[in-house]
Ligand binder design. Structure first.
Ligand code: PAF
Length: 296
């Protein structure tokens, strides 16, 4: 990598400065040179949902850093770490096209230096109490917090941008940042709405695993959320979601309506709530969620 190149937004058109790729912490830190970036952490296999996050980062007027790292510690022993899609060349081209300034693609040793004990972050209640992803993917948020904390320490961003598709993850990261204060001073965590295919399917790197018949069944998640939207009570919404998911032959991990901030159960729609679903379709696990209407 070309070290010490100065970031120059004025040179964007015409002789736009080429996107840089940092493979090591040293290269990343040299490139940043004390500047605070708009940061989009990803595991690659980028789709329109990720690209919307990068575009938003672009709009903020800060240097834009994207990380691509398939983090082993957030996958359970029976999950899809080894087959998780890895599409680095296409991802880099997409980042360049949008105008990302730097892509950080570290090897595992850069994130988890051999001989150093992995960082342990005390998990906030939203990572352990709701009984949603925390219950169905034990150890997942421990791994997410580990890698995101490490990335925040390295990038020291001004803004970090995540999708609402992983809604519990977004809340966990927000809570972690608050809890760890004053570490990552001044960092804002921004969540952006889920990007959907025209028929409603939430974009996900895991959609690549679906054949056409499975993709049709996967639409059950978006349809369940849609059908539940008009319900007057959380338990009715949950019953509607369960029925729709079953009609699509999906195995349900959960289909619930919860408080939008704590993700704990609610009795009515008088406060902001969120419908959240996780369902399995053969060996593919899918999640989706949407805000419910507040009735006063
Ligand atoms: O949402 C993801 O892609 C990952 O969980 C993240 C935040 C990049 C951490 O590995």
């Amino acid at each position: 990598m070309n070290h010490h190149r100065r970031f120059d937004r004025s040179g964007r058109s015409g002789d736009a400065e080429a996107m840089q790729i940092a493979r090591t912490v040293r290269e990343l830190r040299d490139w940043l040179d004390g500047r605070r970036a708009a940061f989009v952490p990803t595991m690659g296999a980028l789709h329109e949902g990720h690209l919307a996050l990068i575009r938003h980062a672009e709009s903020l007027g800060e240097p834009v850093v994207v990380s691509i790292f398939v983090n082993p510690t957030q996958f359970g022993p029976n999950e899809d770490f080894s087959r998780y899609p890895r599409t680095l060349e296409t991802d880099l081209a997409a980042c360049e096209e949008i105008g990302a300034d730097l892509v950080f693609t570290p090897a595992a040793e850069e994130i988890y230096p051999p001989g150093q004990p992995p960082m342990e972050i005390a998990l906030p209640p939203v990572a352990t109490e709701p009984g949603l992803e925390d219950a169905h993917r034990p150890g997942h948020f421990r791994g997410v917090c580990q890698v995101v904390a490490r990335l925040f320490d390295l990038v020291e961003p001004a803004v970090a941008i995540f999708g609402e598709k992983d809604y519990q993850q977004l809340l966990v990261i927000r809570a972690m940042v608050k809890q760890e204060q004053p570490r990552w001073q001044g960092l804002t965590v921004t969540g952006l709405p889920t990007v959907r295919d025209p028929d409603g399917l939430a974009m996900s790197s895991r959609n690549r695993y679906l054949d056409p018949e499975q993709r049709d069944r996967a639409l059950g998640l978006a349809r369940a959320l849609q059908a539940a939207h008009a319900a007057q009570k959380p338990d009715t919404a949950e019953a509607i979601m369960i029925e729709t998911l079953r009609a699509h032959d999906l195995a349900i991990d959960y289909a619930v309506v919860r408080d939008s901030e704590t993700l704990m159960p609610v009795g009515d729609f008088s406060r902001p709530t969120r419908a959240l679903i996780a369902a399995r379709l053969d060996d593919v696990r899918l999640i989706d969620n949407q805000a419910m209407t507040v009735w006063t």
